[in-house]
Design a protein around this ligand. Structure first.
Ligand code: VAH
Length: 319
């Protein structure tokens, strides 16, 4: 069976729903420190658990006969800057609990998300390579860089089968994101439909690597289902689908909502975004385990507007 820690979060929610679709609701245990969306809570078993409570996690693994863990719990970039030591403790303690369960052969496989936040101001900004200089400027980025090194170590020294992806900004409509710097690209769709306008907390020309949630979920499941020998990078794989700026995104929204307007009031998150790459080279993932994105800016915008609209009117986008 599969355990998702951090199942109520932006990625955790949709990952839980997709894994339940594939493996059956009862075979996927969702857990988080707080209950999740109605859709998540009604779709299968849920355990309230703090990702930092190693004993509890071990008990859940035992109780539910867990073989695979997706550790999606973390404090993201913006929030982590406000509580560095708490962010470090959550992001690292949770990883050590899960890696040691794998070391003790209590579970067989681990997925752990990294982020483009591992790159810093001295990293080449365009088409950032898989292996390059990484001097992360945020607590979140430091924790993800360190976590990558521990994943690589546990694989090399103990043979732990841990796999990881450096997610770019993830755009989705089913849950609101929690405390990220790329969240503007989610909020903008809700505001465009509700208010017809949006005030961006990043400058108009801030280009960041992004991906639609459906692609992120597919990549996560694909890397976990690939034969172990194909996963050559055991720190974390670069991954991306597109890059855009708030201005470019606003222009795309205007094609559907002509009188949508945007203005720019950069806040503390501008500094974080300025330290990150503008675009990512993810050729290793495409080569090693067949990664390829499906959504581009146009189809992402279409899906997001449809999805947000449906959420507001409480019907499924398919209707
Ligand atoms: C954040 N959404 O903004 C996350 C992600 C690359 C961005 O790590 O912190």
């Amino acid at each position: 069976k599969i355990l998702i820690i951090g199942a109520s979060g932006q990625i955790g929610t949709e990952l839980s729903l997709k894994l339940r679709e594939i493996h059956g609701n009862e075979n996927v245990i969702a857990s988080d420190i707080r209950e999740g969306s109605d859709e998540l809570m009604q779709s299968g078993p849920f355990e309230v658990a703090n990702a930092m409570d190693g004993e509890l996690i071990a008990r859940l693994v035992e109780k539910h006969n867990i073989m695979e863990v997706y550790l999606m719990a973390a404090m993201l970039s913006a929030t982590a800057e406000k509580a560095p030591m708490k962010a470090w403790a959550l992001n690292m303690d949770s990883l050590f609990h899960v890696l040691n369960l794998a070391l003790d052969k209590k579970i067989e496989k681990v997925f752990w998300p990294s982020s483009i936040a591992v790159f810093g101001p001295s990293t080449p900004k365009e088409q950032t390579p898989q292996t390059t200089i990484m001097e992360p400027a945020t607590v979140y980025g430091i924790s993800k860089q360190t976590g990558e090194r521990w994943c690589e170590y546990f694989h090399r020294i103990y043979g732990v089968d841990v796999r990881s992806i450096r997610y770019p900004g993830i755009i989705s409509y089913k849950t609101l994101p929690g405390g990220g710097t790329t969240d503007y690209a989610v909020e903008i769709f809700h505001e465009a439909i509700k208010k017809g306008s949006y005030t961006s907390f990043l400058n108009k020309d801030t280009s960041l690597p992004m991906m639609f949630m459906e692609d992120a979920i597919k990549a996560t499941i694909d890397i976990m289902e690939a034969p172990s020998e194909n996963i050559k990078v055991r720190s974390s794989y670069n991954l991306s689908a597109m890059s855009f700026t708030p201005e470019i995104l606003a222009e795309e929204i205007k094609k559907k909502i002509p009188d949508f307007s945007i203005n720019y009031k950069p806040d503390f998150r501008q500094k974080i975004a300025d330290s990150w790459p503008s675009s990512i080279d993810d050729s290793e993932a495409r080569k090693d385990w067949g990664w390829q994105h499906k959504f581009n800016l146009e189809s992402l915008t279409e899906e997001m507007l449809k999805g947000v609209e449906a959420q507001l009117h409480n019907s499924s986008p398919a209707d």
